[in-house]
Write a protein that binds this ligand. Structure first.
Ligand code: ZN
Length: 133
């Protein structure tokens, strides 16, 4: 893992949250993107060297909608940048971390995969690797 790539925050209403975070940072998100396969609408803010991802569920079955129904809005995951997502995912599985699904296309031109919070002391973990457009 090379660095924290971004922190994901689950929000009920992306439009409303975008307004809040635009005020907070003094600039709008650099990207907004829906990932229908994951049931999410996302917005990304650049904060110096760091990124914040806001996520809204696009349907009731979306993991984000379920998360908010259960736990309310808040920090949803921490994403780590990796150079080789396949080998890093396998390394974590070999170390006993519990993968959720396989590697797939995520927002912001990334390949992503996730590990269950119960294997990481309560924080959903995302690995992401840049993918060419
Ligand atoms: Zn993310």
């Amino acid at each position: 893992m090379r660095k924290i790539e971004h922190i994901g925050i689950a929000v009920k209403d992306l439009k409303n949250a975008n307004e809040t975070y635009t005020k907070l940072y003094g600039k709008p998100p650099y990207k907004e993107e829906r990932v229908e396969s994951e049931g999410v609408a996302t917005a990304f803010f650049q904060v110096g060297e760091n990124k914040i991802e806001l996520l809204e569920g696009t349907n009731d079955d979306s993991p984000i909608s379920k998360y908010i129904a259960k736990r309310g809005e808040g920090i949803h995951h921490i994403a780590y940048d990796v150079s080789d997502i396949e080998s890093e995912r396998q390394r974590l599985i070999d170390e006993g971390f519990e993968a959720i699904g396989g590697i797939r296309k995520g927002a912001d031109n990334k390949l992503v995969c996730f590990f269950h919070p119960k294997s990481t002391h309560g924080v959903l973990l995302e690995l992401c690797q840049d993918r060419p457009e």
